[in-house]
Ligand binder design. Structure first.
Ligand SMILES: O=C(O)CCC(=O)C(=O)O
Length: 278
């Protein structure tokens, strides 16, 4: 299969931790994912939630781990070019699914995304990346921004709840020799960081390293409702690694019930192979 990305793009991803890719997804994928969100909202998973505390105001909504429930998501996960693109970015021979979700910020919603990195939310260790695919044209002040190079800080930060108030979960600790720290106050020290942010047309996306910090920087509130599909995948070095209690809510139990043990490679029903080089 021929390469989708240039060496420059791959090197830039490795250096910056996030890369903008122009027009890599056909508009039919985008329209299908939009349909998938509409379907999911009508019949959400038990994990569906609003991050907006106040009732009766425009909300910030999310559902996750729904690829197996929504046919449009399943089709994208298995048949879109993402797994191949991810294999090129991570120099991977094999790509496994980690987890999908979608976010929808209703026009006028004041709720925002806390700065966080995705690696702390998962009971997995290894090389992973995330697709952030806007389903409407999204200006660079309307989405999230990435802290350039933060994937190389060699730090792990505690998980932050997306619910208004952005509470940090758990306390600083060391687990299996890994130190989990309080996330830095990015918004209070904007001048100390370099941010990556892009205007996205339909079909454009950002792919970022699982360790790269990202969140809402601008206080501007979207006028129109904006949604994005996000998809996390792993390289062949990834293993199950049950870490702090803060990751346990919801999906730890499903993984344990399905028989996944500490140190297991990804695979099986919950983390299927999406791409393998031949
Ligand atoms: O797009 C959003 O609203 C949040 C995305 C995000 O933070 C993530 O996928 O980790």
């Amino acid at each position: 299969m021929s390469k989708i990305l240039t060496n420059n793009e791959i090197n830039q991803f490795k250096k910056d931790g996030a890369i903008f890719l122009k027009g890599k997804f056909d508009i039919s994928w985008i329209k299908n994912l939009e349909k998938g969100i509409a379907r999911d909202i009508k019949n959400p998973s038990p994990r569906f939630k609003s991050h907006t505390i106040e009732k009766g105001v425009p909300a910030y909504l999310e559902d996750y781990w729904t690829w197996d429930l929504v046919p449009e998501f399943k089709d994208f996960v298995f048949n879109s070019p993402y797994a191949k693109i991810a294999s090129e970015l991570m120099s991977a021979k094999k790509i496994n699914l980690v987890m999908d979700n979608w976010f929808l910020r209703e026009g006028g919603s004041k709720s925002s995304t806390p700065f966080h990195h995705d690696v702390s939310y998962f009971d997995m260790d290894g090389t992973m990346c995330v697709l952030w695919l806007p389903l409407q044209p999204t200006g660079k002040d309307e989405g999230v921004v990435w802290v350039k190079g933060s994937h190389l800080w060699n730090k792990l930060f505690l998980r932050v709840l997306f619910k208004d108030g952005h509470k940090v979960e758990g306390n600083e600790c060391v687990i299996d020799g890994k130190k989990y720290e309080l996330p830095p106050d990015i918004l209070g020290n904007k001048d100390k960081y370099e941010f990556l942010q892009w205007d996205c047309e339909l079909g454009d996306c950002v792919i970022f390293d699982m360790r790269c910090l990202h969140g809402t920087l601008s206080s501007s509130i979207p006028e129109k409702t904006l949604s994005r599909y996000t998809l996390r995948v792993a390289k062949e070095d990834a293993k199950i690694s049950y870490v702090g209690d803060w990751t346990s809510y919801n999906y730890r139990k499903s993984m344990q019930d399905a028989g996944y043990k500490d140190g297991d490679p990804l695979g099986g029903k919950m983390f299927p192979v999406l791409y393998e080089s031949i």
